[in-house]
Design a protein around this ligand. Structure first.
Ligand code: ADP
Ligand code: MG
Length: 692
C-alpha cells in the first residue's frame, strides 16, 4: 500500500475523484492533513448493549431486545409497530413509518433483535423510530456490533461511512510521512501526533471515547497543546522578525502630549498618560513597535493616538492613521486637524471616494512630505500611497481588520526603516484570549473612562410599546437633546437594513412633526453620509435614523438617547459598541433596546446583561461565554485565530508553559525544521510569515 504524505491533496486517497474532493473542500478539507484534523464531533458507543433502565431520552443507544408481537395500522399514520422487551422484561417499542410488508414479517415473536437508534420516551413509553437493526435467533445470542465509531461534521453529499473510510485509509498510509515525526516535541509527547490522531479517530473503547469527549484524554490534550503551541510559534515568529527590523527612534512623546493637552478642552486621564508612556518608550527604540491599545468605547483612544502622531511629526517623520469606514476616517481627520493644525501640523484625508485628481494631489503632497499626517480607510493606503518619511502607523478599530491589512503599511518607510505600529481596538478582549490571539503584539490597556460621564440607563422595551419610545424622543428633543435610532440587519444585508431605516425615518417624521430627522445608511454616498453626520454633530439634526454603519467610533457628545430596534438580533459586543455612542456628555443618557417578543433564552440573557452592566470587559467575558471566542474576535472577518480544537479560554492555563516551549524552540536553530512542521500542520504555510 503506497504511503501518502500529509501535504498531498485528498485526491491521493482511495476513491477520491473531483466530485468527492469538491464536497470535502466544502468542509475545509483539501489536504490529507486537513482530513486527519477534521475531528469527530462525538462517538457512537456500539461496544455494548444497554437496557431500558439506563436509557436517556433523545440519546443514541444500542439494545438487545426480544420481539413480542407486531401490528400495522393506518391511523393516525400508516405504521408498523414492533413490541419488544429487554432482558429485564422492560417494554420497548419500535416504530417504522416506511416499510414493506415483507419487512413486517421479518419480526418473529420470540426472536432476538439488536437495534441502534435514538431512544426516546414516547407517549406510550420508551421507543425508537426507524432504528438500524439485525435479527438474532434469541435475545441471549444478541451480540453488540462492537467498537466505538466516530461521528464527523458532514457536508451535503457526504456520509459518515464515507468519511470514516477515508480517515481509515489516511491513517493507515500516513505513518511514513517524515513531517509527522519532525513535529514531535518532547514536552508534548507521549503519545506521538500520529498515535494521538489514531486514538481520536478510532478510540479503542467507550471509556476512551468518553475521556476524549471530556477533553481529558491524553491524545486529545496532546493535539490541543500542539495546536496552541503551533499558534504561539507562528505569532512569535512574526514578532521576532518584526523585532529584527530597524525603525526610526522617535523621542519626545512627553512634550508632544503636553503640547496636545494645551489644545484640548480637558486634561488627560491617568490611564491615557500611562499608555502614552508605554507607547513612547516603544517609539524611542530602533525596533518597530507592534502594540495593541485596548480601551473601552469612549475611553479616549484618539487622544492617545494623536499624542503618538504628534511625537512622530515633531521628530521629523510622518504618521498614517487607518480607519475601518470612510465616516470614521473623516471624523478622525477633522478631530486631528482641530487639535494639531494650531501646532503647525497638516492633516490630510484620503478616501476611495475622492475625485481622482484630488486624490492624486493629496498623494503627491504625502510623497513630498508637504503633509505630516494622512488619515484614510485601509483600502486607500494599500496600493499607490507613498510616504516620504513614514514613521508611525495607527490602525483604529482593529477588530474590523485582518492581519494582512494590519501589516499592509509595514514597508512604506524609507531606507529600509519600518514604521512603528499601533493597533487600537474598542473590543475589550479578555486577557486570556488576548494571549492567544495577539501573542505577536504588546498590550496596553486604558482601564478608566474620562471623568464626568453619567452611566447610561438601559431598558428593554417590547415592540408593542413603540409609542412610548417615540414619546420619550419627543420629550428629549424638546429639552434640546439628540437621539440615535438604529435599525439592525434582518439578514446580512445593508440593503434591507437601509430599507428598514427609511421606513423608520418615515414613521418618526409622521409621529414627530417639526423634529429634524436625518438618515444615514450604507447605500448613501459617502458625501451624503458625511453631510448627515456632520449636521447631526452640529445639532442641526435632532434625531439620526441609521443602520449599524454608526457602530464604530462616531462621537457626538450631545446625543443622549440610543434606540436600537431588534436588539435581540445583535451580539453583546455590538450592543455595547452602539450604546457607547451615548453617555458622553453630562446629562443622563438612555439606551432603549427594542425587541420582538417572545425572547429566546440567550437573547433574553443578552438584553439582561446589557441592563446590568456597563463594563466592556465584563460584557466581553459574557459574550465569550455565550458565543465562544471565534465570534468575539470576529474570526470570520479577521482570521486572527482560527483554532481547530483548542479553546483559548478553556485551555488558557496551558499557555504560559507553551509560550515558554515556543521561545525555547525558536531560540534553538537546530529546531527550525520542527518549528516549521508544527506551524505548517496547524496554521498554514510558514512562508506566509516570511515577509514581515
Ligand atoms: P474611543 O476610545 O471610543 O475612540 P474617543 O477617542 O472618541 O473614544 O473619545 C470619546 C470622547 O471623549 C471624545 O469626545 C473625546 O474628546 C473625549 N475625551 C477623551 N479623553 C478625554 C478626557 N481625558 N477627558 C474628557 N474627555 C475626553
Ligand atoms: Mg475611537
Amino acid at each position: 500500500m503506497a504511503e501518502v504524505r500529509l501535504d498531498q491533496p485528498v485526491a491521493a486517497l482511495r476513491g477520491v475523484g473531483a466530485a468527492l474532493a469538491g464536497k470535502l473542500a466544502g468542509l475545509g478539507i483539501e489536504r490529507v492533513l486537513d482530513l486527519l484534523l477534521h475531528l469527530p464531533l462525538r462517538y457512537e458507543d456500539r461496544s455494548r448493549c444497554q437496557r431500558v433502565a439506563t436509557l436517556r431520552h433523545n440519546e443514541s443507544a444500542q439494545m438487545a431486545l426480544r420481539v413480542l408481537e407486531t401490528d400495522t395500522r393506518n391511523a393516525p399514520r400508516r405504521q408498523l409497530r414492533v413490541f419488544c422487551e429487554d432482558a429485564d422484561g422492560a417494554p420497548f417499542l419500535l416504530r417504522f413509518f416506511h416499510f414493506r410488508n415483507a419487512q413486517a414479517q421479518g419480526f418473529v415473536a420470540g426472536a432476538g433483535i439488536r437495534v441502534w437508534g435514538v431512544a426516546r420516551m414516547g407517549p406510550g413509553g420508551w421507543e425508537m423510530v426507524h432504528p438500524e437493526y439485525r435479527a438474532f435467533p434469541d435475545i441471549a445470542q444478541v451480540r453488540p456490533e462492537g467498537g466505538v465509531r466516530p461521528v464527523y461534521p458532514l457536508a451535503a453529499g457526504l456520509t459518515q461511512a464515507r468519511l470514516r473510510g477515508l480517515v481509515t485509509d489516511a491513517l493507515s498510509r500516513a505513518g511514513g510521512d517524515p513531517a509527522l515525526g519532525a513535529g514531535e516535541v518532547a514536552a508534548l509527547s507521549p503519545p506521538t501526533a500520529l498515535d494521538a490522531l489514531r486514538i481520536v479517530h478510532q478510540p479503542p473503547d467507550a471509556d476512551s471515547a468518553a475521556a476524549l469527549m471530556a477533553e481529558s484524554h491524553p491524545a486529545r490534550r496532546r493535539l490541543i497543546r500542539e495546536e496552541l503551541l503551533a499558534h504561539q510559534l507562528s505569532q512569535r515568529i512574526v514578532k521576532r522578525r518584526m523585532r529584527s527590523l530597524d525603525a526610526p527612534a522617535l523621542d519626545g512623546i512627553d512634550d508632544a502630549r503636553d503640547a496636545l493637552e494645551g489644545q484640548l478642552g480637558f486634561a488627560m486621564t491617568g490611564a491615557q498618560r500611562r499608555v502614552i508612556g508605554e507607547i513612547g518608550a516603544d517609539m524611542a527604540r530602533t525596533r518597530p513597535m507592534l502594540r495593541l491599545l485596548q480601551g473601552d468605547v469612549g475611553s479616549g483612544k484618539t487622544v492617545v493616538a494623536a499624542s503618538a502622531m504628534l511625537a512622530a511629526v515633531r521628530a521629523g517623520w510622518q504618521a498614517a492613521m487607518m480607519a475601518p469606514t470612510e465616516l470614521l476616517a473623516e471624523q478622525h481627520a477633522r478631530t486631528l486637524g482641530d487639535w494639531l493644525a494650531p501646532l503647525g501640523v497638516s492633516v490630510v484625508l484620503l478616501t476611495g471616494r475622492l475625485r481622482k485628481r484630488e486624490r492624486e494631489e493629496r498623494r503627491r503632497a504625502i510623497a513630498g512630505h508637504e503633509v505630516q499626517i494622512a488619515v484614510g480607510t485601509h483600502a486607500v493606503f494599500q496600493d499607490d500611497t507613498r510616504f516620504a518619511r513614514l514613521g508611525l502607523v495607527i490602525v483604529d478599530e482593529q477588530h474590523r481588520f485582518g492581519v494582512r491589512q494590519r501589516l499592509a503599511l509595514r514597508d512604506k518607510g524609507p531606507d529600509g526603516l519600518r514604521p512603528h505600529q499601533l493597533v487600537m481596538t474598542a473590543t475589550p478582549i479578555p486577557r486570556t484570549l488576548a494571549q492567544t490571539a495577539y501573542a505577536d503584539l504588546d498590550l496596553s490597556v486604558i482601564d478608566e473612562l474620562p471623568p464626568g460621564r453619567t452611566p447610561v440607563v438601559t431598558a428593554a422595551v417590547a415592540n408593542g410599546r413603540r409609542d412610548e419610545v417615540i414619546e420619550r424622543l419627543r420629550t428629549a428633543v424638546a429639552a434640546g437633546r439628540q437621539a440615535y435610532w438604529v435599525c439592525t440587519l434582518i439578514e446580512d444585508s445593508e440593503q434591507l437594513a437601509a430599507q428598514a431605516a427609511e421606513e423608520a425615518a418615515g414613521l418618526l417624521e409622521a409621529a414627530l412633526p417639526g423634529v429634524r430627522i436625518g438618515l444615514a445608511h450604507g447605500r448613501l454616498s459617502a458625501a451624503d453620509k458625511q453631510r448627515v453626520m456632520r449636521e447631526f454633530k452640529e445639532s442641526q439634526l435632532q434625531v439620526l435614523v441609521a443602520t449599524t454603519v454608526i457602530e464604530v467610533g462616531v462621537d457626538v457628545p450631545n446625543a443622549s438617547i440610543m434606540v436600537i430596534e431588534n436588539a435581540e438580533r445583535l451580539g453583546l459586543s455590538q450592543l455595547h459598541q452602539l450604546r457607547g455612542r451615548v453617555g458622553r456628555g453630562h446629562t443622563e443618557s438612555q439606551c432603549l433596546l427594542m425587541y420582538q417578543p417572545p425572547l429566546g433564552e440567550s437573547a433574553g440573557e443578552r438584553l439582561d446583561v446589557m441592563r446590568r452592566t456597563h463594563s466592556g470587559f465584563e460584557i466581553a467575558e459574557k459574550d465569550l461565554a455565550l458565543r465562544g471566542p471565534g465570534e468575539l474576535l470576529g474570526r470570520r472577518q479577521t482570521g486572527v485565530v482560527a483554532l481547530k480544537i483548542a479553546d483559548p479560554v478553556r485551555d488558557a492555563e496551558e499557555l504560559p508553559e507553551l509560550a515558554d516551549i515556543a521561545e525555547r524552540l525558536l531560540d534553538d536553530s537546530a529546531e527550525r525544521e520542527r518549528v516549521h512542521a508544527l506551524v505548517a500542520r496547524w496554521v498554514g504555510d510558514v512562508q506566509r510569515y516570511g515577509h514581515v
